[in-house]
Design a protein. Structure first.
Length: 69
């Protein structure tokens, strides 16, 4: 079953004109003005690198213990 909305030829042409326009950086989209879109990530950027280091240390430790035994 096709659930897409049908557009008139004028609507389709208008949509193609909107899509083909380059992005206007001087006048951003309305959602970019919302304060929650500009909030920092509250310091969670360190979590992934720390997790990678911990996993690497555990894997290296298991290899060393496995090779010495």
């Amino acid at each position: 079953m096709d659930t897409r909305e049908s557009k008139t030829p004028d609507e389709e042409l208008e949509h193609l004109h909107e899509v083909s326009q380059p992005e206007d950086y001087d006048h951003p989209e309305p959602d970019e003005d919302q304060p929650e879109a500009r909030e920092p990530d509250h310091g969670m950027a360190w979590l992934l690198p720390a997790l990678i280091v911990v996993v690497a240390v555990v894997v290296i430790g298991m290899l060393v213990v496995g090779l010495s035994g």
